[in-house]
Write a protein that binds this ligand. Structure first.
Ligand code: NAD
Length: 346
């Protein structure tokens, strides 16, 4: 099997986690051969640390170099258009950090470009690869708790200090954090979303975007999902995922969604009880590696990765609907409305 040559665009904070994860998980499947960042000091520091020889200061140079067949796009959300279109034209496959785009309309255009160029895109919702999340999804899809009626996924954290590009993002909490929670809600529900209500609050005067969101989503078939994400929980950090089916319940508790330590409790109406304590070291890096491996295996095998760009359009539709609802003071928004006019929410 050929080894894929990966170029990392954006060698900032999250790039280090990706690089560590690829090294730990990919084996012969692929390795990082190039880095790209206009910030020369960051580029050199990253490439020196991870032993990457090829260094580019512009995305255009990296894309045209012919040295990579896969790109990991790890830049702030505004840097998507300049990479995805030109790379897709050359058939370069991409793992794109969340959010896939700044709005659903952008995401649709990126997917169109990928289809035209024969490139595959996966969106980095690596937290689906956490062991508690994988097990929950496996149990639900195997019918272990019967038809799903309710899913709740919440996170409470103290994240009042927000710096860098995040401080000026008008779409902040949902678009760059709880999009992970929404993606998992939808993945576990296994059905398209129908409507969303989502009041938000901008409680941090130093930043442009919202820092609290409380969302309810209704799925096709009647299941309901809720998500609360609060960046202003002074104490007792908590991330919980609860699924109630007709014949059982699943509860994962941990301190934060990125945490590898979790306790998963499954109780079935027939009396079956299963409690598992997960202790995954270097959890974030591990899941980044799994995420890239999913893309590379799909490229080699000719299939679609489970976190494909196509799949992600439904998550982006929920995000756009959430912002539209917030702009209407938390009123109900039909998902059909954002599909009819995908740029309306941007
Ligand atoms: N999946 C996750 O769990 C997770 C966690 C953190 C961040 N992220 C995502 O990763 C992305 C980057 O976040 P970060 O925390 O690493 O930010 P960061 O600011 O630490 O790093 C971003 C890097 O991109 C570089 N950059 C900016 N414009 C560029 C361009 N045109 N070409 C090449 N490089 C460019 C910057 O110089 C910087 O080095 C965001 O989309 C964010 O949402 C995902």
């Amino acid at each position: 099997m050929p080894e894929h040559r990966i170029g990392i665009i954006g060698t900032g904070g999250i790039a280090r986690v990706h690089a560590n994860g690829y090294r730990a998980v990919l084996g012969d499947l692929g390795s990082v051969v190039a880095g790209c960042d206009p910030d020369r000091a960051r580029l050199n520091s990253f490439c020196d640390r991870h032993d990457v020889a090829l260094r580019f200061e512009t995305t255009d140079e990296l894309i045209r170099s012919g040295e990579v067949d896969v790109i990991a796009l790890l830049t702030p959300p505004a840097v998507r258009h300049e990479v995805i279109g030109p790379a897709a034209e050359r058939g370069i496959h991409m793992l794109v950090e969340k959010p896939f785009g700044e709005c659903l309309g952008d995401a649709i255009s990126f997917l169109d470009a990928a289809e035209d160029g024969g490139a595959r895109i996966a969106v980095n919702h690596e937290l689906r690869f956490m062991p508690d999340a994988l097990r929950t999804h496996e149990l639900v899809t195997a019918g272990a708790i019967g038809d799903v009626r309710f899913i709740a996924h919440d996170q409470f954290q103290n994240r009042t200090t927000v710096g860098g590009w995040r401080a000026t993002e008008k779409r902040l909490e949902i678009s760059i954090f709880s999009i992970h929670l929404l993606d998992k809600l939808r993945w576990i529900a296994g059905k398209p979303p129908v409507s969303v209500v989502c009041p938000t609050r901008a409680w941090n005067a130093d930043v442009a975007g919202e820092t609290f969101a409380s969302l309810t989503v209704q799925f096709e078939g009647g299941a309901v999902g809720t998500m609360v994400s609060n960046w202003h929980s002074p104490r007792v950090p908590e991330c919980r995922l609860r699924v109630d089916g007709v014949s059982g319940s699943i509860l994962s508790t941990k301190q934060a969604i990125v945490d590898g330590d979790a306790t998963l409790r499954v109780e079935r109406s027939d009396g079956g009880v299963e409690t598992t304590a997960y202790r995954l070291k270097e959890a974030m890096a591990h899941t980044m590696g799994r995420s890239m491996r999913g893309l590379l295996e799909a490229v080699d095998g000719g299939g679609e990765p489970m976190h494909s760009g196509l799949d992600n359009l439904q998550t982006m539709a929920m995000v756009d609907a959430a912002y539209l609802s917030a702009s209407r003071d938390g009123a109900r928004v039909e998902i059909a409305e954002v599909w009819e006019n995908p740029s309306a929410a941007s």
